[in-house]
Write a protein that binds this ligand. Structure first.
Ligand SMILES: CC(C)(COP(=O)(O)OP(=O)(O)OC[C@H]1O[C@@H](n2cnc3c(N)ncnc32)[C@H](O)[C@@H]1OP(=O)(O)O)[C@@H](O)C(=O)NCCC(=O)NCCS
Length: 149
């Protein structure tokens, strides 16, 4: 319902998530996000990425802080449980301030991913999350080594 009508989404193949972080209220899904575990190449070096996608709050529950809370919970999961080196998400311009408030930052880099017909380069925002108390990264090139999320 949220992304099925978006041409960029419709026209591409996407990674199957490994995890879902979900928040319920009164027996209903209040918000959730997907997590993909993937070894990627960051400036040619192998790194474990935790990819976030499909952050969705059903319309009736929006604006109550649920997605922010789930993303904060997910942060601990990415770095403590999954032992990821970095969080990585792809998003449109409008959502950048939302993720920035949660500690994510935009990087100016070339990002490539696989599609059945070959490789493609992503041309919108690449955002990273670094583990607490570590420096922000500034890679020039990221290869997702598979389907995007
Ligand atoms: C984005 C989304 C997950 C936020 O869920 P939420 O539970 O309402 O989030 P929170 O209550 O924690 O934060 C709300 C803030 O998100 C930001 N936000 C939400 N939708 C936004 C949009 N379309 N454009 C820009 N900012 C947006 C706003 O800053 C908003 O603050 P406000 O309520 O003061 O305006 C929800 O709006 C949604 O499901 N949207 C459709 C799917 C989507 O675009 N997901 C993001 C994929 S990258």
């Amino acid at each position: 319902m949220e992304f099925g009508h978006v041409p960029f989404v419709q026209q591409r193949s996407w990674a199957t998530p490994d995890w879902v972080v979900l928040w319920e209220t009164d027996g209903e899904v209040a918000t959730f996000c997907n997590i993909v575990e993937r070894e990627i190449l960051v400036d040619g070096q192998r790194r474990k990425a935790a990819g976030i996608n499909n952050v969705i709050t059903p319309a009736a529950h929006r604006g109550k802080g649920y997605a922010s809370q789930v993303l904060r919970e997910a942060n601990a999961f990415l770095f403590r449980k999954l032992q990821a080196n970095m969080g990585l998400l792809l998003c449109a311009d409008a959502l950048v301030p939302f993720y920035e408030r949660l500690g994510w930052y935009t990087v100016d880099c070339q990002l490539v991913y696989d599609q059945p017909a070959g490789r493609e380069e992503y041309d919108s925002n690449v955002m990273l999350l670094s583990p607490a108390h570590t420096n922000r990264q500034a890679p020039a090139h990221i290869d997702l080594q598979g389907l995007p999320w």
